[in-house]
Write a protein that binds this ligand. Structure first.
Ligand code: SF4
Ligand code: SF4
Length: 371
């Protein structure tokens, strides 16, 4: 029998998904296919209580996300409350729903950082991918307001088959917008993205070229722009340490207050989740069944169990293991040691070579894509 696990260290970060509402309809959205509706969202007071509990637990950063967090009319008071609780506040936004005045108010209440997503380097591409006419123009305005307010800006560019060939322009755009950091993030195939694999999966040649472009740009832009590059999973030999290891560094709270060990944890059947307010957040973090399920390494099967990398990547992503191997405790099929790896790569290569079909847009009833 395994010895009881030691009490876990506190999480560093909380992803607060304030709402699933979003004016955009990105086909790569990692939100679940079953979106939470407005009437199930936590109230302002419940979010404020959650921020206080998170800070008391030891959380340092809160990432205010969605959906589009600016769809919440109480965004400014929520940022103020998170700051009052002592949290570093990062707003993850598409920019839609922000105005010059709202950016100034967010700055006034102490917002620490803005992460702005872009879907392309011109209106034709960006508005088609985001499914929102006028989105690109508004994003350019928002970047200007953020820059003028002196708020640190990260540009998040989600890259895929249909825009990876414009990576150099994307990097130039980030510099023009005054960003300090650019995340070149290849689509991760969770949520809605899984429905759009053949439209989005990049080819190996695109991924290799992207790596060369990023390496050259990092050198050229040293001191101006930091560039992170997240390649497609199947182009790597080993998986990433998803969430830094299950229930080790961060937690997510969904719009209705469900506390998750990771963004996609609800895709794993059999896990039970708790809501903020049902028990102290500290108790949910330390002893919640979903958090305990894959914490540490005792749950591992072979080949992870005897692998020298098991405390480096923690066997990869549990949700991906569930989706691709049918077993959440299996080795992530992204790993070259997984018996499912060859099939995963073959499927991904076929998707990459396919003529892109039309997008399946992420859609809540009020969204109306342009395409
Ligand atoms: S990925 Fe697109 S649709 Fe999904 S929340 Fe972000 S901006 Fe909205
Ligand atoms: S076998 Fe498991 S622990 Fe080893 S590299 Fe692969 S996923 Fe990581």
């Amino acid at each position: 029998m395994n010895a009881p696990l030691p009490r876990p260290s506190p999480p560093m970060a909380m992803l607060a998904e304030l709402t699933h509402r979003c004016p955009l309809s990105c086909p790569y959205c990692s939100n679940p296919v079953e979106l939470s509706r407005k009437d199930s969202e936590l109230s302002t007071e419940a979010w404020i209580a959650a921020f206080r509990e998170a800070a008391a637990l030891g959380v340092l950063h809160v990432h205010l996300s969605g959906g589009e967090p600016a769809s919440r009319p109480d965004l400014v008071p929520l940022v103020a409350a998170a700051r009052d609780a002592g949290l570093y506040t990062n707003l993850i936004t598409s920019g839609i729903g922000l105005t010059e005045r709202r950016v100034a108010e967010l700055d006034d209440v102490g917002l620490d950082h803005v992460q702005l997503s872009i879907q392309g380097t011109d209106a034709a591409m960006a508005d088609r991918v985001g499914g929102y006419r006028g989105g690109f123009a508004r994003k350019m305005q928002v970047a200007g307001w953020v820059h003028s307010a002196g708020l640190p800006l990260t540009v998040n560019a989600v890259m895929h088959k249909q825009n990876l060939d414009r990576l150099e322009e994307t990097i130039e755009l980030a510099v023009t917008l005054g960003a300090r950091r650019l995340e070149v993030a290849t689509v991760q195939f969770h949520g809605w993205a899984a429905l759009n694999r053949a439209a989005l999966m990049p080819t190996r040649a695109q991924a290799m070229r992207a790596r060369e472009i990023v390496l050259a740009a990092r050198e050229r832009l040293k001191g101006t722009l930091v560039i992170d590059y997240v390649p497609a999973d199947h182009h790597a030999r080993y998986p990433k340490a998803c969430m830094g290891g299950w229930a080790s560094t961060g937690l997510n709270v969904t719009p209705d207050g469900t506390v998750l060990p990771c963004h996609a944890a609800q895709t794993i059947p059999g896990l039970t989740f708790e809501r903020v307010g049902s028990r102290p957040l500290k108790a949910i973090w330390e002893t919640g069944a979903a958090f305990m399920a894959f914490r540490g390494t005792d749950w591992m099967q072979e080949p992870c169990r005897s692998c020298e990398r098991k405390t480096i990547d923690f066997g990869g992503c549990r949700c991906q293991a569930m989706a691709l191997a049918g077993d959440a405790a299996a080795t992530d099929p992204v790993c070259s040691k997984s018996p499912h790896h060859a099939a995963l790569v073959a499927e991904a290569e076929a998707d990459a070579e396919a003529t892109p079909p039309d997008f399946v847009y992420r859609r809540m009833p009020q969204n109306e894509p342009v395409a």
